[in-house]
Design a protein around this ligand. Sequence first.
Ligand SMILES: Cc1ncc(C[n+]2csc(CCOP(=O)(O)OP(=O)(O)O)c2C)c(N)n1
Length: 333
Amino acid sequence: MTSILETINGPEQLRALSVPQMELLAKEIRREIIEKVSVRGGHLAPNLGVVELTMALHYVFDTPNDLLVWDIGHQAYVHKLLTGRRERFHTIRQFGGLSGYLRRDESNFDAFGASHASTSISAALGMAAARDLQGEDHKVIAIIGDGSLTGGMALEAINNAGSLKKNLIIVLNDNDKSISDNVGAISQYLGNVRRMQTSPSYQRLRDMAKGSIERLPVVGDKAREAAGRAETSFKQFMMHSKSGAIFEELGFKFFGPFDGHDIETMLDVFENVKKVDGPIIVQMVTKKGKGWEVAEDDATKWHGPGAYDYTTGIIKKNAGDPPRILKCLPMPW
Ligand SMILES: Cc1ncc(C[n+]2csc(CCOP(=O)(O)OP(=O)(O)O)c2C)c(N)n1
């Protein structure tokens, strides 16, 4: 039987799926990543953590016209699987194969190639400035982990973005981890954010959204059902929204935290933030290693393992054949 993943050649096919189908696809994607990465190793746990988040982003935003700017790019395997590179996925991190990070010459869905941490917000802000100069109106979305958010370049970009007020969406992939456990004040603050009260931005968004639901022309059962669904999701949106006061004071509208594994919630949240102007931060809480018990239990060990046996969850001492590049390079003798 054909899997859903085998039918996905780009985001168009993803956008035609229902939420239950997307949930099945999430399982298939995890299986594909666990199996293929086992051969030569790679960034396993970060990718297992962003399966639903990546699907929701490609579903809601008009990629590649809207620009997804992934920080580092080590967590972009799901993005690759959804953007026409599924059949070459087994070549990842091998000579002549797909890059383990993002490359603009590999796909027009790769808006930015990095591999260095903390670069995405700066890059996205530059893209937003270029967009405005050219009179275009696409969205620019930076996706950054809570570890990378603590890097100097990210903080410099926050400083800049909060004052320039350009339309820019920052999705904080908050898994409470860097390669190992996070340390420092920002990490502690983000933990507190999860326990804080409703933000003023959230209230503004709720009022705006409520108004737009009431104005929806309800014709026929399907439309009525859609309006009902939207109303329920706004209620969920309300309940979950907490305040990122520091970010609000720095000029951002802050939404979240939301469950970064709940596809339906994320579709609603991204649909809603799409309508909000100015710099925005959306906090999505994810679990590093999600969906594979061994990786969930020790996300540091499984951040970037070498080759492993996925039937036993044992990392191999010897990673198999030497990298192909050694066979291709001219020898110096
Ligand atoms: C400048 C720089 N320093 C260190 C690294 C090594 N590095 C790769 S992934 C990573 C962890 C990033 O944590 P986070 O942004 O929270 O992403 P997660 O892996 O948790 O999804 C680090 C530090 C890097 N890529 N670039």
